[in-house]
Design a protein around this ligand. Structure first.
Ligand code: ARG
Length: 464
């Protein structure tokens, strides 16, 4: 039989060893230890502040908890399964350090409001860290974009050549996705940053506690209004995992593009040795493992979101042990998003190079300027649909005769429609094709330069 944590004398014998392991969360919730200590210190200060314990008892609890923090940091505190969870582990050690005073820490508190407090403090810190990483990643995207305003890249719809783009415009699309991610995290943070401490097991407490005092000490913005809701709400964890899933969606879309850009068929980027791997058998290979892993890891974050939703569905009020299952998925989501953001930042900053000559050739070898021929005619008064049909026929003839639009002679253009003049060649030149898309938010260079300015402002960088 395994030693019981702290159960009351109504228990006569210990847990079956298998059940002790099954029940325990210490192996993973040890991740919360520093937040548990901080939360307990605030609780101890509140107990002293309200006179529930004496000032000196409060001080002993706070310094005993600080000692545990140092012991943990120096590797001298490694509680095992017999402690069941991090909360019991810390309380037990505190009682070893401070004697009977330690036994007062849990006055007016339950592990139910405690674990909710810890998880929120943890997530708040992680959100701030992820937001810093997003900013870093955005600044790398911005750097590359600033150097590539007039670098052209084929733009696709349905993965078919559509219209050429400024490479900067393409990268700024990801900048914007990440911007929404950052804002979404700020929004999630507002609901993470609410204190359940003092909700007790489910119904509040008979002691004259001060929940606003602990909330203030822990820099929470507000307290839960309803104790049952406070101990059993995991919306904040679901919302975070949803925001994390969207970050992964964005990273994996870029990862996918990098993967095919690096293929021989596209050849738009070269992978540098620092971020590429070889094959154990094919000596010529250089593989894009980094973006592939990012793409591959995306699914596990989606899985955690699904697991959390299913865990909560149909759960009666208030705390149920099911809720212990919220942590591993949450921690793994944080770790996955963090690792992927970091790796993609390194990949873009120093692990790949755009092959600008190849890109320049690419935009000249297709019909992605066909819309511009139709627009040319429409500007000269031909109704757009008519112009569109005419250009469709031209493209068909060009394909049959193995020509591109730029290969047609002025005479041929004029035979197609009398409105064509010599300036058609300028209109279908890829640089002009891109420059001309000067509508707000478009890929025209003037627009892109504006967008770059705005992006710099978002990152609080000085204007160039
Ligand atoms: N280890 C538990 C968890 O993670 C702490 C709360 C336990 N509460 C309880 N009533 N058994 O959820």
């Amino acid at each position: 039989m395994t030693q019981q944590p702290n159960w009351s004398p109504r228990f006569e014998s210990g847990l079956h060893p298998h059940i002790a392991r099954f029940n325990a969360s210490i192996n993973f919730d040890i991740e919360l230890i520093e937040y548990d200590i901080t939360g307990s210190q605030a609780h101890a200060k509140m107990l002293a502040h309200t006179g529930i314990i004496s000032e000196s008892e409060g001080e002993q609890l706070v310094s005993g908890l600080e000692q545990i923090r140092q012991e943990y940091r120096s590797g001298n505190f490694t509680p095992g399964v017999d402690a069941e969870d991090v909360h019991f582990a810390v309380e037990r050690r505190l009682t070893e350090i401070t004697g009977d005073v330690g036994k007062k820490l849990h006055t007016a508190r339950s592990r139910n409001d405690q674990v909710g407090t810890d998880t929120r403090l943890y997530l708040r810190a992680q959100i701030e860290q992820i937001q810093r990483q997003i900013r870093e990643f955005q600044s790398v995207l911005l750097d590359i974009a600033e150097q590539n305003v007039e670098t052209l890249i084929p733009g696709y719809t349905h993965l078919q050549r559509a219209q050429p783009l400024s490479l900067a415009h393409h990268l700024l699309a990801y900048f914007q996705m990440l911007e929404r991610d950052c804002q979404r995290l700020s929004d999630v943070r507002r609901r993470v940053n609410i204190s359940p401490l003092g909700c007790g097991a489910l119904a509040g407490t008979t002691f004259p506690i001060d929940r606003h005092y602990t909330a203030e000490l822990l820099h929470f913005d507000a307290v839960y209004e309803n104790s049952l809701d406070g101990v059993s709400d995991r919306d904040f964890a679901i919302e975070f995992t949803c925001a994390a899933s969207l970050i992964m969606v964005h990273l994996s879309r870029l990862a996918e593009e990098v993967i095919f850009w690096a293929s021989q068929e596209f050849g738009f980027v070269t992978l540098l040795d620092s971020c590429a791997t070889g094959s154990s058998i094919m000596p010529q290979k250089k593989n894009p493992d980094v973006p592939e892993l990012v793409r591959g890891k995306t699914g596990r974050v989606f899985g955690h979101l699904q697991a959390l939703l299913v865990m909560m569905k149909g759960l009666p009020l208030a705390y149920n042990k099911d809720l212990q299952e919220d942590k591993e998925g949450l921690f793994d989501s944080v770790k996955t998003v963090t690792a992927c953001l970091e790796s993609m930042t390194i990949l873009l900053r120093s692990g790949l190079q755009f092959r600008t000559h190849r890109l320049a050739d690419a935009v000249c070898e297709d019909f992605s300027n066909a819309t511009d021929v139709a627009d040319y005619l429409a500007t000269k008064g031909v109704p757009f649909r008519e112009a569109y049909n005419l250009v469709g026929k031209v493209v068909k003839t060009c394909i049959a005769t193995n020509k591109l639009l730029k290969d047609l002679t002025l005479e041929e253009w004029k035979q197609l429609h009398p409105a064509f003049e010599a300036d058609i060649y300028q209109a279908i030149n890829p640089l002009q094709v891109v420059a001309a898309r000067n509508s707000y938010g478009g890929t025209g260079f003037t627009q892109v330069r504006e967008a770059l300015k705005n992006a710099r402002a978002i990152l609080n960088l000085p204007t160039k």
